[in-house]
Design a protein around this ligand. Structure first.
Ligand code: UD1
Ligand code: MG
Length: 467
């Protein structure tokens, strides 16, 4: 039987092209690095903009580079869909002109800035919603001190009619405190039709993108103003002071979200997230902790001060004491780490394990309930359950050319100050006497001991000071 055909209403999905201006050198950064490659939360400024741009369906991002174009392109790579180089910085209008070959015919076009990193997806969506055949969107803000910015000029009906740059403004226009953020959205037809009409007859001899507004008005296209949720969204970075201020603003937002989702922070001003952090509930994070890359925390975790956790997964009920560093590792439930523990890549700790102070692990699988409590190095090793590794134990995993593995069986005990020369296996339930250098595999239920026998010398005379 033939099914009744559903009427498919083919809505023509409109594409979006997002041009990101990033040609400027950023002289005031006093840096060899192009400004847009300076970082906030561990990511280049430009990457933040591209991440926000990616929240738009079907968006194509086009980055306009100039100063350090190769460096920008190499660093950003596939995060952007296209790069164009503006050979000479002749103004924002000229920069957008350079991107035109990448603009599709029936697109909405949004213009963003590589040095304005915190633009929010919600604001981008509002801007694009404002675009129709007879309306464009312009992001504006009202500032107590508008100096330096292009002023928004409105007609007697309060409609936007032009933007006048500070250097071209009359004393009357300078009093306006609604300013241009630079972010605008329009159709590709509008942009292609209007850009050739821009000239450089102005105080700076530049092709001003902002001249589009007056052209739109004369073309009977309404300019709808949109305001960001927060002023930080449209703040640009021109120097390192502003960079640090935006970093903190960004971290404050992250801290806020974390607290709202059930994590306590000792001080939200001393919290740094540089990547993706997923969390359970009822965790406590003390001051100066840094979370980098992809970090997953379970619930009921207590993290002491000055810890750094990178690309790792931490189970429920774990206690991480001060100054512990964890990288590319997995930590089971109820483990106790630190203070001053260092888990290097490939550490996998089962539940109820303990890694104490000044212990370094690397590519180490540690079974349930096993403990390495003090001053040890355990690398390229596999430990069973219930193992106790005494203070100062070293797995000698490297012969200067190759790495070898140490295996320690269930319920074994390694006495303090032992060196285990890999490849070597300590069997289940075996015991290594303190101070041993173990080069041969041990038997189950045995004691391995390799140290000089103690001699006690009677009547030994202590040396005395010479006159
Ligand atoms: C621009 C706006 C101004 C607005 C302000 C907001 C114009 C003419 N003026 O002024 O109305 O209030 O931003 O910050 O647009 N860029 C290029 N190529 C160029 C010139 C600039 O890529 O040839 C990039 C810069 O790297 C920068 C951005 O465009 O990221 C803005 O340029 P900038 O020179 O800072 O413009 P403003 O004078 O601040
Ligand atoms: Mg500027």
């Amino acid at each position: 039987m033939e099914r009744p055909r559903k009427k498919v209403v083919k809505e023509r999905m409109q594409t979006t092209d997002i041009i990101i201006l990033a040609a400027g050198k950023g002289t005031r950064m006093q840096s060899r690095l192009p400004k847009v490659l300076h970082k906030i939360a561990g990511q280049p400024l430009l990457s933040h903009v591209l991440t926000a741009a990616k929240t738009v369906n079907d968006a194509k991002s086009i980055v306009v580079t100039g100063f350090g174009a190769d460096q920008v392109e190499n660093t950003i790579g596939k995060q952007a869909d296209a790069f164009v180089t503006q050979p000479q910085q002749l103004g924002t209008g000229h920069a957008v002109q350079c991107a035109l070959p990448h603009i599709r015919e029936n697109s909405k076009v949004l213009i963003l800035y590589g040095d304005v990193p915190l633009i929010a997806p919600e604001t981008i969506a509002k801007m694009l919603d404002a675009v129709t055949a007879d309306q464009m969107g312009l992001l504006t803000v009202i500032l107590d001190d508008p100096s330096g910015y292009g002023r928004i000029i409105r007609d007697t009906d309060n409609n936007i009619s032009a933007i006048v740059e500070q250097k071209d403004a009359s004393p009357e226009q300078l009093k306006v405190n609604e300013v241009n953020t630079g972010v605008m959205a329009l159709t590709s037809q509008q942009l292609m039709g209007w850009l050739p009409q821009i000239d450089n007859n102005n105080a700076q001899g530049e092709y001003y993108l902002t001249d589009l507004i007056a052209i739109a008005t004369s073309d009977s296209v309404k300019v709808k103003s949109i305001q960001p949720q927060s002023a930080t969204e449209v703040e640009g970075v021109n120097n390192r002071v502003q960079l640090s201020q935006l970093e903190r603003a960004h971290q404050r937002q992250k801290a806020q979200k974390l607290m709202e989702s059930g994590t306590s922070l000792a001080d939200p001003e001393r919290f740094d997230q540089r990547g993706e952090l997923t969390v359970g509930t009822d965790n406590f994070i003390d001051v100066n902790c840094i979370f980098e890359g992809e970090v997953k925390l379970g619930s009921n975790i207590h993290i002491g001060p000055n810890c750094q956790i990178i690309n790792s997964t931490i189970g429920d009920g774990v206690e991480i004491k001060a100054n512990t560093i964890i990288e590319d590792s997995v930590v089971g439930d109820n483990a106790i780490l630190g203070p001053f523990a260092r888990l290097r890549p490939g550490t996998e700790l089962a539940d109820n394990t303990k890694i104490g102070n000044f212990v370094e692990t690397k590519k180490a699988k540690v079974g349930k309930g096993s403990k390495i409590n003090h001053l040890s190095y355990v690398g390229d090793a596999e430990l069973g359950e219930g193992v106790n590794v005494g203070a100062g134990t070293i797995t000698c995993n490297y012969d200067g050319a190759n790495k070898f593995k140490t295996t320690i069986g269930n319920n074994s005990f390694v006495g303090s100050n032992s060196t285990l020369v890999a490849p070597v296996k300590i069997s289940d339930n075996s015991f290594v006497g303190a101070g041993s250098t173990i080069t041969k595999d041990t038997e189950e239920n045995s004691l391995a001991i390799s140290r000089a026998k103690q001699r006690n010398i009677d009547g030994w005379k202590r040396p005395t000071k010479e006159d």
